[in-house]
Structure formats: C-alpha cells, structure tokens
Design a protein around this ligand. Structure first.
Ligand SMILES: Cc1cc2nc3c(=O)[nH]c(=O)nc-3n(C[C@H](O)[C@H](O)[C@H](O)COP(=O)(O)O)c2cc1C
Length: 335
C-alpha cells in the first residue's frame, strides 16, 4: 500500500542524477559487519575514515558537546581535533572541557589546537615550553595549528600577525617534537600555500576549505566594523584543493607521505567519499558543523554517525567515483 501511496511523491528528475559516480549494482553483495573501512591515520588505527574537526571549548555548553564528541570517537573509532586551546595556556579553569583523552582512550588520535597568532606570540616571548606543556597536559598526540588571517582581521578582538604564518610554522617545526597538523578555518589554501605546507616537516594538512562554515563572514556578523562581504567569498573549495594536491603530488612524489583531512563544506557523505576516492594521498573526511548540529544529544549523534559509516560502506561496494575534473588551472610555477 505504501508503494501505491508514495510512488507519485517519489519521482525524481533526470537533472537530479549525481554524475560523480558509476553505479554498479551487479558487482557486490550488500555490506555487512565485515565490510572494513579501517585505516592507519597519523600512526593510529581508525575504524572509519572520519574526523571530528576542531570546534569548541571554554564556554557554557562546550564541555557537554566535547564529551559527547569524544564518546562518539571512542565508540566509532574516529579521530578528533580539539577546538582552540588558547584558554588553557595560562589557566586551568576550562581544562575539563578539553580533557578528552580519558573518554577517547589511548588508541585514537587526539590533537590540541592553537591559532598561528598565539604561536607567533608565544615564540616571540620565548614561551615555547607552554606549547609542549599543553600537549602533555592533554595527553594529545600533537597539535593542530589553525591559520586564519582573514578571521583575525575581522574578529572584533582579533590579533594582527607580525610575521608570515609560514615563517612561524618553520620555527615551530624546529623545536616541537610531536606531530603537527595545519588547517585553515573555512577558506582553504591556494597552491603556493599548499606547496609550502607540503615542504614543511609536518604530518598532515586539514583543508578546512571554502563552502561550509565561514569565519570571515561570522566575525563580520559579530562586529560593528566595515562590512566587506566580498572577502568572505574568497578561498578554495575542497574539490579544487584535491585537484591542486594531486597535481603537486605528480610533480613531487615525495609529498606522498603527507596525510590529508578533507574538510570544509563536506555536506554529505558522498561528497566526502567522492573527494577521498579522487585524492592520491592517505586521507580522512572531516566535518565540523555537521557533527556540531547533532552533538547536544548523544543518541542523535550516534544516529548521524551511523548514517555516515553506512553511507561509506554502501558507496564502497556499489559506487565507483569518476575522475574529478582537474581543469582548475594551476600555474606550473607552483609545481
Ligand atoms: C562552532 C565552531 C567552532 C570552531 N572553532 C575552531 C577552532 O577553535 N579552531 C579551529 O582550528 N577551527 C575551528 N572551527 C573550524 C572548523 O574546524 C572547520 O575548519 C570549519 O568549520 C569548516 O568545516 P565545516 O564546513 O564542516 O564546518 C570551528 C568551527 C565551528 C563550526
């Protein structure tokens, strides 16, 4: 009866077809418990190629949200980046918001997070030890550094960078012995920046690409400064950055050891699957806003994540990603 009732409502149009995949219904059985999505990422084994991108801490509901996210990572075997740990540098008031290792367990990646502006200041004040201490206190595997010059510019209480981020990162790499991940916060990186990151002795790059949460826009919404919407529209999408990374890798096979978190506007699991299948580096799919939207209620978070994992399993057995159009021109000088 449902079929008769719903058939009219269940019509699709030819233009709605998702051209990114070949659908091969003949070639596999359904996925089951044995369908394996696991991989080694940042030296630890994940049960699925999914990453909870850096978000929050040090404010009202953050502890509950973070604890739910860590519990989720423990249950589903995922990796996690903490939100900015700046508030922990001088004070332990909010330590519990970030102290997620006991929930996550020892076997999954957990990364602390600081902005490039804080790192620049700490290095200028010769307080290198504070960065190392942060990692020890949180029992983190390493540090995510977010590079956010446009956000800082528009943030009412934002910092001003005195040096280029790449100089500060190079100094950080000189003394910091744990793993480093570098990310943007929602506008991605252009080819020159990407290449500079691939040349640094860091472990991974998180794209934090354009097309999802946008902090240049968000900070302008918070402040009363001059509204410059045009600057919130610059950046690079995740598909464009995947193309750039592949081109850079073709020219420099030694970059292969770098690992990538594909994030920024990964709206649904097929977006992530498609980009991951096309990227020639070891990678995982990262999301911030989508996890946050479900993070208050653990059951809802579980259901959402089950959808991601099952979506990946179904895609793995029935969908073949077509090549990403790498027509986005890349100036050969960058290679
Ligand atoms: C509420 C919220 C807080 C965030 N805070 C941080 C942060 O402290 N440090 C950071 O590196 N990125 C932060 N981000 C950026 C995310 O890690 C991510 O790069 C960005 O939101 C793009 O991913 P999305 O489109 O899936 O949201 C935050 C994002 C959200 C939604």
């Amino acid at each position: 009866m449902d079929h008769i009732d719903l058939a009219i409502a269940a019509q699709t149009k030819r233009v709605e077809v998702d051209h990114r995949f070949f659908y091969e219904p003949l070639m596999s059985a359904h996925p089951n418990e044995e369908t394996d999505l696991s991989l080694l990422f940042l030296g630890k084994k994940l049960k699925a190629p999914l990453w909870v991108s850096s978000m929050t801490g040090g404010v009202g509901p953050a502890r509950h949200i973070n604890q739910n996210l860590a519990r989720l990572c423990h249950e589903f075997g995922l990796g996690m980046g903490l939100g900015s740990c700046r508030v922990l540098l001088d004070d332990d008031t909010y330590f519990k918001d970030f102290n997620l290792r006991p929930i996550l367990g020892p076997d999954l990646p957990l990364y602390a997070n600081l902005g490039i502006a804080q790192i620049e200041n700490l290095l200028a004040e010769r307080k290198h030890q504070k960065i190392t201490d942060l990692i020890t206190r949180l029992d983190a595997d390493g540090l995510v550094v977010h590079i956010n010059p446009l956000q800082e510019w528009f943030q009412p209480e934002g910092d001003r960078l005195k040096n280029s981020p790449i100089e500060t990162l190079a100094k950080l790499c000189d003394f910091f012995k744990s793993k480093i991940i570098v990310k943007e916060v929602g506008q991605g990186f252009g080819p020159e920046s990407l290449k500079a990151l691939l040349d640094l002795p860091i472990e991974a790059i998180e794209l934090a690409a354009f097309g999802g949460t946008n902090f240049t826009k968000l900070e302008q919404m918070r402040g009363e400064g001059v509204w410059m919407e045009s600057l919130s529209k610059v950046g690079h999408t995740a598909p464009e950055m995947v193309s750039m990374l592949n081109l850079l890798l073709r020219a420099h096979p030694e970059y292969k050891q770098k690992q990538i978190i594909i994030s920024g506007g990964v709206e649904n699991i097929l977006d992530g699957y498609f980009l991951r299948e096309n990227l020639m580096f070891t990678s995982v799919i990262g999301q911030a806003k989508n996890f946050l939207s479900h993070a208050q209620d653990y059951k809802e978070l579980q259901r959402f994540t089950e959808g991601l994992v099952n979506g990946l399993k179904i895609a793995k057995v029935f969908l073949v990603a077509r090549p990403l159009n790498s027509s986005q021109a890349l100036n050969e000088d960058y290679l």
